[in-house]
Design a binder for this molecule. Structure first.
Ligand code: S3P
Length: 433
């Protein structure tokens, strides 16, 4: 349990947040199957990415880490991985699990993937079904969940239509399709984050994305060469401070070197639409777009979000709910049923926790309606992350503007994506006005 504190004088200063989680996972995996060494700078040393690192070591990949600099000795294909001596532990990480299902299909052995209680409840057929269309064999529990047995073996190309808008599923298919003999076309329901595509191109793959942004064609058997990957700051981590500085009066915060890939910047569009005061300064780059974001506190109007807007803000929807809780009027988030199968059922958990703060929340099967108020009336002194990192950090941000003292249960969950979150928050709380 952690005591949360308000920030009556606002948040101030500059912050470089840790590296992007999605990109950190992918850099390890592509480094592992490339030829030669890959160096990853500003890698995210959070629990989820550490599970990817450990799993790759367990299949024989040599990986050295010094803080946030990681060197991966590429094996020239998953076929050169070694069978692990024990089940591979995925912890809480859906990205590790789903991407590895694709990557490990290219091995010559069977791997078992296990996860924590939350991960063991999350749906995996969304990955195994499209992978089966390429000939990949994966066995799941009767509930369609972990543990999974991934059988390495031949993969064939083809056209795969995805039923769920999910970058994890798309990435698993692309990673498996690297080993096919013929091209693979992946058609998404809606465009999702394209880090796998960008990085595959950087490593030398021949991959094209059609003008509709949701049809991707991958040529098989590319020669992937080890690279230097400089990971930008994670916008999903920066978002906690962008929102905090917006809703806590007297704040002015600059987040430096954050990922500005448009498939991820939904939270910036939401902030702009709600009337926030943000200034974006792009930085020169050859890979993933990146830049600085300056934010000053500002009052907000409500927002209505529907399905097409969801993928680019999927991980920030708890923060959108918090923004809505301070806006004058009722906001709605719909077309977001995916929130129910994240680290927690985030729709249910958001309703529970925001209601504790005295905010009026209506739950729908695919979203929420939230009626904001400038002053909350907390019904409790204890909030709960429910073991979900993003819920925990969102609640710590909420507490910054609370007039009554609050505590957070299960605060250790933040280490999944942002181990130094509370230290960075203190840095900005202590910043000079
Ligand atoms: C991720 C994709 C998203 C996101 C997750 C990371 C990725 O999940 O929520 O935090 O790195 O590909 P889905 O693919 O399930 O939408």
């Amino acid at each position: 349990m952690r005591k949360l504190t308000a920030a009556p004088h606002g948040l101030h200063g500059e912050l470089a947040v840790p590296g992007d989680k999605s990109i950190s996972h992918r850099a390890l995996m592509l480094g592992a199957i490339a030829a030669g060494a890959t160096t990853i700078e500003h890698w995210l040393a959070g629990e989820d990415c550490l599970h990817t690192l450990q799993a790759l070591r367990a299949v024989g990949v040599t990986i050295e880490r010094h803080g946030t600099t990681v060197t991966v000795q590429g094996q020239q294909g998953a076929a050169r991985f070694n069978a692990p001596h024990a089940p591979l532990e995925m912890g809480n990480s859906g990205t590790t699990t789903r991407l590895l299902m694709g990557l490990l299909s290219g091995t010559t052995f069977t791997s078992t993937l296990m996860g924590d209680d939350s991960l063991q409840r999350r749906p995996m057929e969304r990955v195994t079904h499209p992978l089966a269309e390429l000939g990949v064999q994966i066995e799941l529990s009767s509930a369609g969940t972990l543990p999974a047995q991934v059988h390495g073996g031949p993969v064939h190309g083809g056209t795969v239509q995805l039923e769920v808008a999910s970058a994890q599923v798309k990435s698993a298919v692309l990673l498996a399709a690297l080993n096919a003999q013929t091209p693979t076309v992946v058609v998404e329901k809606l465009p999702t984050r394209d880090h796998t595509e960008i990085m595959l191109r950087q490593f030398g793959a021949d991959l094209t994305t059609a003008a509709d942004q949701r049809t991707i064609t991958l040529q098989p058997q590319p020669h992937l060469t080890g690279q230097t990957v400089v990971v930008p700051g994670d916008l999903s981590s920066a978002a906690f401070f962008l929102v905090a500085a917006t809703i806590v009066p007297h704040s002015e915060v600059r987040l430096i070197n954050v990922n500005l890939n448009p498939t991820r910047t939904g939270i910036l569009r939401v902030l702009e639409q709600m009337g926030a005061d943000i200034t974006i300064t792009p930085l020169p780059t050859t890979g993933e777009p990146r830049g600085d974001v300056l934010v000053r506190s500002h009052s907000l109007r409500p927002i209505q979000l529907t399905a097409p807007a969801i993928p680019a803000v999927i991980d920030e929807l708890p923060l959108v709910a918090l923004l809505a809780a301070t806006a004058q009027g009722t906001s709605t988030i719909r077309g977001a049923a995916e929130l129910r199968v994240k680290e927690t059922d985030r729709i249910a958990v958001l309703k529970t926790e925001l209601t504790k703060l005295g905010v009026t929340v209506t739950e729908y099967p695919d979203g929420l309606a939230i009626t904001g108020r400038p002053e909350w009336q907390p019904q409790t002194t204890t909030l709960d992350s429910h073991g979900d990192h993003r819920i925990g950090m969102m609640l710590a941000v909420a507490a910054l503007r609370s007039s009554t003292p609050l505590s957070l249960e299960n605060d250790a969950a933040v280490a999944v994506s942002y181990p130094q979150f509370f230290t960075d928050l203190e840095h900005l709380r202590g910043g000079r006005a």
